[in-house]
Design a protein around this ligand. Structure first.
Ligand SMILES: C[S@@+](CC[C@H](N)C(=O)[O-])C[C@H]1O[C@@H](n2cnc3c(N)ncnc32)[C@H](O)[C@@H]1O
Length: 234
């Protein structure tokens, strides 16, 4: 892994194995906020007593860290439960060496550090942190159905990691989500949107940040009329 500085001054890594960066080169923190936290309406979800986040491909933890900042700002009393799926211990160790300008990042470091020592769920302040250090295809099946409020879907691209963009995986994600939960991902690839739809989501364009193409927001289809809305919206 090589460290690189992105357009907003925040650091990310380049994966030699996947030949891709962990974040958009235009700005790692900007991407976490604009492509994941804002589309998932974290500020709104924080107004509830509890928010449950599913961070798929946790990596350096920027998406969760930015979400925690937004939750704290909007409701410091909100209880937060995080399910973080990541299969590479090395990236977690690398995270401990970074200090991006995200207020909650020191908390992420403490929780990851304690997890690496104990391999158990970590509780700090009002946050419960479950890290699954294994293939996300397996860990997604361990999350209780109908519990998650927001999903950050952030694997490497469909070209190099197709299994994490498959209909079968999306079906498992859908099962973990509440009916009013929101999924956000940076990709707008045709195969991603087709598989999301086949797995029971309607999709919408997310923001265009750092490139011309939009990201994607997925909403569980609960009533047949939700599906019609997709056709009109796109
Ligand atoms: C694009 S990076 C994620 C960036 C991350 N969300 C962040 O904010 O730093 C993709 C991550 O997926 C992880 N990964 C790749 N294949 C995986 C798998 N099958 N299961 C779980 N994690 C996986 C990689 O180790 C890497 O950390």
């Amino acid at each position: 892994m090589e460290k690189i500085t992105t357009g907003d001054g925040s650091e990310t890594l380049f994966s030699l194995k996947f030949q891709e960066t962990y974040h958009s080169k235009s700005g790692a923190i900007e991407e976490a906020m604009e492509k994941f936290v804002v589309p998932c309406k974290i500020a709104e979800k924080a107004k509830n007593q509890k928010a449950v986040l599913l961070d798929i491909c946790f990596g350096l933890g920027y998406n969760t860290a930015v979400a925690l900042d937004v939750i704290k700002k909007n409701n410091p009393n909100c209880e937060v439960e995080i399910f973080a799926l990541e299969n590479d211990e090395e990236v977690l160790k690398n995270l401990l060496l970074l200090s991006p300008k995200i207020e909650s990042f020191p908390l992420i470091k403490k929780m990851v550090s304690e997890f690496l020592e104990t391999k158990k769920t970590v509780k700090k302040e009002n946050v419960t942190f479950h890290l699954f250090l294994e293939d996300a295809l397996d860990s997604i099946k361990k999350i209780e159905k109908n519990t998650v409020d927001a999903v950050f879907l952030d694997p490497f691209s469909p070209k190099v990691c197709p299994e994490l963009w498959s209909q079968a995986f999306f079906e498992d994600i859908r099962k973990a989500m509440k009916d009013n939960a929101i999924l956000a991902t940076y990709s707008c690839a045709r195969v991603v949107r087709d598989n999301l739809k086949a797995a029971g989501f309607r999709t919408e364009d997310g923001p265009c940040v750092g490139r011309r193409a939009p990201s994607t927001i997925g909403y569980p289809i609960v009533h047949p009329s939700d599906e019609l809305y997709t056709e009109v919206a796109q």
